[in-house]
Design a protein around this ligand. Sequence first.
Ligand code: BDR
Ligand code: CA
Length: 341
Amino acid sequence: MHKERIILDVDTGSDDAVALVCALLSEDIDILGVTTVGGNVELKNTTDNTLRVLELCNSCDIPVYMGAELPLVSTLVPWGIQGMTLPHREILGDDKERVHPHHLPLPPTTLKANEQRAPLWIVEKLLQMPDRSVTIVPVGPQTNLALAIRSDDRILKKIKRVVMMGGSHDVYASTQAAEFNVWVDPEAVEIVLSSGLDVTMVSLDATSNAYLNYEQAAQIRAIGTKQAVFVADMIEQRLRASDNNLGKTKGKIVGAALHDPLAVCAVVHPEVLSEIWDTSFHVDLGRGYAYGETVLGRNYTVIRDKQGHQVDLPINCHYAKKADSKVFFHWMYDLLLKTKE
Ligand code: BDR
Ligand code: CA
């Protein structure tokens, strides 16, 4: 059976944790390694959380590589070197109340990350692989991938495609303009979007469109295995955090988005995505209010070639605007059901 070979780049994180569980359980996916990056919480926590999830899934043989602690240029990291603009729910509260706990509610693990750092490992590993054979799935800030590309551009031809969680057009979570993963390291995402790679953006618009609810969390919990109970806990944690913070002002919400597993789902079930724009997106790097915004190339930007003929803007990504929550939920549910066997 053909399996998608992937490198999963995570900042674990509640939804990253669910993405990991799903990728580890999927028989359609072969994980070459997991790389970690600072993002939802600090690098030491994203790495420790990642290792805890591997142990939960009895996947202690999957190698983990710690990557970049800080973004390439930006200093607006969520744990705050400078002033920050994230909604309070991202940073405040104890681990049970936060969207992303510092320590996932899983037993401490003795598993360790490898000595080699993620960007160097990505380069070394990819250079050993056949051309266009590996899908990179970044579901956090893209510092590791950007560093790898800048270190050795021969890796570009080894990459089949990038399926990233990030970017937004209509929904802006972290600032008035930007989605979190892009906002943390805007320059890194721009490097990836300008690299010529085949990039699918599983946007915040799409993930917000495929939210899960308490009833679905209960269905998953009823499977009863430790992996299913953990995933149900994570969904409920996200629902609670959203209720606590948005409910007061906007009425009770109906569900919570599980952003990162949707990107993993899209690797093996592309039909989960819809309204896909083959278009040009770039990242605002202006360091103003729109820093980190993914800016859509619109038609009023007329480009002319040397002969004065109008040419289309080069397409640099497939931007998914919508997703099917039923396909998404059933994929996740069926994977977890297999943990009963
Ligand atoms: C993204 O930001 C993080 O909070 C999540 O893990 C997800 O990758 C959504 O904007
Ligand atoms: Ca993430």
